[in-house]
Structures are given as structure tokens and as C-alpha cells.
Design a protein. Sequence first.
Length: 513
Amino acid sequence: MKKTHALKKALSKDRAHFRGAIQKSKGWAQVVRQPPKPKPNGVFIGRRLDTKEIATISPEHLQTHMQIIGATGVGKSKFLEALARQIIKAKSQPALVVLDPHGDLYHDILAYCVAHKIRDRLVILDPHEQQFRTGFNPMRRDQRSITYQSVMMLEGIKKCWGQETFHQTPRMARWLYNTIRSLVEAELTLAEATDLLDPHDNPVRNAVLPFVKDPIVKRDWQWYTSLTGPHAKNLREERTESAWNRIQMFLKFPEIAQMLTQQRSVIDFGNILSQGKILLVNLKHAGLMSRDESSLLGTLIINDIVAAAFQRDPEERRRCYLMIDEFQNFVTKDLCAILDGGRKFGLHLILAHQHLAQLKQRDEEVYYSTLTNARTKVVFGGLSTDDAELMAKKVMRFNLMDVKQELYRTVFRPVESTRTITSDSEGEVTHEGVMNAFGSGRVYSCEGGIFFDPAVLSSSEFDSRGESSGSGHSYSSSTVEAPFYEYHEEQELASREFWRLDEHLYRATMQLV
């Protein structure tokens, strides 16, 4: 009941933050509040600039691990919140673990869960919570070998303090390993680490010794305990002071110590993964713990999540998304193991950071594993030229047939065509005529002989007249198809230049800078 009351109070405290964030936030927050309905089985991530169509990521792509990179203030955290909301609402109810080193993402997702009454699945781990702190015991025995579990915690301590190897500090590494392994085998917490490394005679050390099974570790403790005389304390300090300082720095914060020294009411990561719960971890270091302690705490949590994921039976492998903001602060070999083979165990990473040098300086193996195995990449821009060029090679596709410019020249081309010629003719004829004919005649008789004049027997005369007139009309038409050539002015392609690969790469790089 006390735990339930404290959880409700912690959740209700974020309601005002949730309302204020909705009123004041811009950009991605507007999309996050009421995202358009995505395509089936897709996670909404935005809209295409060219077509304004909804852009989604398929669950298959989301399960290939995601790398999110961009300068500070470009919207990475809001993008993570948008992804988290949709993962939480998924019908399959996958598990979700969010590690936030700033606190804003933690509170935004917590406020969303409160507003949507998502409480049964919610687990919070917040060292800043005053009334109730969920316990986390990194020494809790899991199904990994004791050696591997101890080495992974030692790895986290090393990375937290910026060490590449223990080559320069072999004594510190030896006694840190002895301490961690002994605590795991004896099922204790970090609180007893100071007792083990106490340079004075300490009864806790003698009580733990029978539980130690490793012969080398046990021999070291037996030697440590057997020291006597006036110089025993100084000799013990000489051997274990560096290891004691590492652990003491982490336990000097009461809030962190209270959380890490609980044996009961601790987080069960196996249950979180198998039951599809939502674990929100607030690793904000300001005002409570240093950046190193925040980094180490997150690293230990990641180690336990990886262990729980790898221990699950194949039929119980519900999908789990591990979302880490500023993940360069939590770089360990376990992250490489997830990137290289986590998909087989249903564990998928969503990793956000600002630039590539953060990874390369921390661990080159993690750097190359991230570039290679985080197949889905989201680039927000604001990168350096070198980072932008590398990411452009990773995410851009170039078409070497894209035309850069074309040169044209003017030409006149004969174009054969036909023309229709039509001719018409019309005629009209009119004529008139007048005819007059005159004539006379006589008939003589020769009966009088040759000596007498012939006698006129008859005579006649005639006269005839005639008139005539006429007119005529004619019309004719003809059509002829005759060939014809026209000269048209045209622009002819004289030369074409394509974008070269280096030019494509330069243009893409400038978009990401």
C-alpha cells in the first residue's frame, strides 16, 4: 500500500508538467500530441517534404536497431517521445525501457502514461524520488556465470571513469574484481563493499570469506585478512585504496546508496521484459549525483537488462525496446553484444547521441557496431562536415543518371506537309444575228430562132430576212493536294552533363551540416 500510494503521488505530480508541456511545446510536440493515423503496422515518424505524405517505419525496420544522431536542440528527445508513445500503444504490448540522463524525456513519457491511465505496466526508477525509491541491486545473482557477471560490472566501472583498459591500474582491477565477485557469491549488496575493503580488521570480511568459491579470489582475501602488525593497515590501504575510492565515490550519495543497497523490493528485469512493462529510468545528474555516477548507474542497469534478455527462453521472448538518450555515456561491451546479436533475443536498441566522436573516443568496437548493425538511421542535422559525409554515405542513395545541366542549340528543321489548292472558273456566252437575202430571176424562151430575140416567158423576185439570238453559261472547280516543306525552329540537345558521385555526396553532406 505504501508503495502504491507513493507511486500514485509521484505520478500525479507530473500532471501539471504534462499540461504545461502540451501548451508550451512546439515542433515535434505538436506532432506527438495527435499524430495522423499511420499506415497499417507502421510507426509514424513525420511527413515527406516533397509530397507531404505520412512517413512511417515498419516494425521490421524498427527491430534492426535504430541510431538517432543530431546536434543538441534539433528535436531528438521529442522524436524519442513520439516513438515511445507508439510503442506503448502497440497492441502486442512490447516491453519498453527508457534511460534518460536529462530528465525531460522521463517526465514527458511519465506524464503521457498518467494521462492515458497506463499504470499496471509502469515501473519507475528515479533516484530523485524522496518518499519511495525502487531498489536496484547490481550484485543480485543472475543466470550468467559469476565470472562474466563480475567482469561486466567491472567493465562498467572502467568505462564510467573514462578508462580504456586496466593495463595502467592492474592492482585496482584485481581488487575491484575480488570485491564484486565476493559480493555476488555471498548475495550481498554494494553496501558491504566498504567492509570488505576496510583496512582495519572487519568481521564482515571474515563472514563473507566462506561463501567465496573462486580459489584465486579466496587466496587474496585470506592473505588480506592474515596481515598483522603495525604496518598491516598501511599495507592493506596500499593494495586496495584505489578500488575502495572507486566504490566509495559511488556510495557517498545517500540517495544512490539507499537504492543500491536494498536486497528486497528490487527491480526484476526478467519480469519487466516477459510481461511487456514500461521501465522509465531518470538518470538526471544535476543536484543529486555527478555525471560519473549517473553513467555508472545507467551502465549497471543496461548490463542487467542484457542479462535478463539473453536468459529468456525462445518461446518467452516478447519484444523489448531499449531506448537510450545520450547513449555514449553508457557504452559497454554489452551494447556490442546487443547490436551484434540482440535481435535473436527480442531486444532492440534505439540509441540517440550528438556526434560520432562521442562513440569513437569511448570505444571503437561500439562505434563500428553501431554504424554497422543499427540499420535504421535518423539524422537530424547540425553535424560536423566529417560526420555529415559519413552519415550521407550511410543513408543516402544516389542516382548517377540524374542530370546536372543540359545545353541546347537552335536549329531549323524541314517539316514535310501538303497544301490544298482549289481553283474555280466560270464563263458566260451571248450571241445575236440578223440575216437578209434578196434575189430576182427571169425565164426566156428560144423558139424564135437564132435570129430572133428570146422571148421572156416568166420573171420572179424574192426577198428574205432572218434574226437569231442565243446565250450560254459554264462553271468548273478543281482541288489539288500539292507537297510543301516548312522550316520549324527547334531547340536541339547539344550536350548533357550528369551529377558525379562526389558532387552527389557533397550536396547530401551539406544537407546534414
